[in-house]
Ligand binder design. Structure first.
Ligand code: NAD
Length: 334
């Protein structure tokens, strides 16, 4: 069965997803939700989208009565995800939502509950969970090829430009680098190590308070502690370029990936040699795998459901608390 998707938010990432869907086997772009009529015209022409599948932010609840759309992919600024996903759920459509799923764990949990109550799937756009080299490292770790895992390092960052963009407006972003890019090191620590963290410590540095206003973190270093004694040491920043690196160390081996979460190709090596899995377009694989999750009940190797998203939000909440208090914050993700 083909997953018929409408994209909400026709910005830069929405455009990337739309292009990637064109190569999908069982996902089709059939609709749009946008506040910009000129974009709707352009997308209709480019992708052959019928007018009856086009909505705006005021009227999209009417998607409820449209039998030709199965799911809505929410690709808007972070702080809008919660209400938009809940409206999608109430319209009886499956919700796919970009990371971060929300701006805090309580909002994320409300989204999970709304989708559960409506009997629809909530899936988060964690494209790395389907990336072949990433899955190979996870397979090797599970097979014991690195021995007992001892340490993970995640470095995630880029230098952000235009100071007027929504990513630097806390009302729309819910936070700075951590929400946007640091989340990759958080999520990566969890899937690379294969455990859930039990504590966090964190430190913030802000060199440009004019650009990075109150509520927008520029650079945060953070540490995560795991039940077996593994520690993760991570960096999230909007003020350094070319920062996209994972390193995993175990008693018998190691894995190193750089780039580790960019659009690819993901490159890396382990103590056994280079990672040589096929290079894929992440979003193409993600969408077809999501079709299989929704229609075939497929269980992905690393989950992409709402609960998975809430775990990352709980860790982000704890990191912000650790920065504020200077103290170690305990986590309970179960
Ligand atoms: P963008 O600014 O390019 O696009 C955002 C879109 O939302 C625009 O089309 C804009 O018109 C629309 N929008 C609707 N209501 C808005 C409002 N009130 N204010 C501002 N814009 C509004 O941003 P983007 O880079 O496409 O990011 C969108 C989402 O996708 C974010 O949650 C981001 O974290 C996520 N994202 C994920 C990845 C990934 O690799 N998974 C990559 C980039 C972005």
């Amino acid at each position: 069965k083909t997953l018929r998707v409408a994209i909400m938010g026709l910005g830069s990432y929405g455009t990337r997803v739309a292009e990637a869907i064109q190569s999908c086997q069982r996902t089709k772009l059939v609709g749009v939700i946008s506040g910009t009529p000129s974009k709707v015209v352009a997308w209709r022409e480019k992708y052959g989208i019928p007018e009856k599948n086009c909505y705006n932010y005021e009227n999209f609840d009417a998607i409820k009565d449209n039998p030709d759309i199965d799911a809505v992919y929410v690709i808007t600024p972070n702080a809008l995800h919660k209400d938009q996903v809940i409206r999608v759920a109430k319209a009886g459509k499956h919700a796919i939502c970009e990371k971060p799923m929300a701006v805090n764990a309580a909002d994320g949990q409300a989204m999970v509950e709304a989708c559960k109550a409506a009997g629809v799937h909530l899936l988060i756009g964690y494209r790395m969970h389907f990336e072949p080299n990433t899955l190979e490292v996870i397979r090797m770790r599970k097979a014991g090829e690195f021995g007992d895992i001892r340490f993970f390092q995640g470095l995630s960052g880029f230098t952000i430009g235009d100071p007027t963009q929504w990513r630097l407006d806390p009302k729309l972003s819910g936070g700075g680098a951590m929400m946007d890019i640091g989340i990759y090191s958080i999520n990566g620590a969890r899937y690379m190590i294969g455990e859930e963290p039990i504590w966090v410590t964190a430190q913030e540095v802000k060199t440009n308070p004019e650009k990075f206003k109150e509520g927008i973190d520029e650079t945060i270093t953070f540490q995560l502690g795991f039940p077996s004694g593994v520690i993760a040491s991570c960096l999230s920043t909007y003020n350094m370029n070319n920062l996209d690196r994972f390193y995993l160390n175990g008693s018998k081996g190691w894995a190193e990936m750089q780039p580790s979460t960019g659009y690819g190709p993901i490159k890396g090596e382990t103590n056994k040699g280079p990672l040589t899995e096929p290079i894929v377009t992440h979003q193409t694989v993600q969408m077809d795998e999501m079709a299989a999750i929704i229609f075939d009940g497929k269980k992905p190797e690393v989950p992409v459901d709402g609960e998975e998203g809430v775990k990352d939000m709980k860790i982000i909440d704890a990191i912000f608390k650790a920065v504020e208090t200077g103290e170690k914050v305990l986590l309970n993700l179960s």
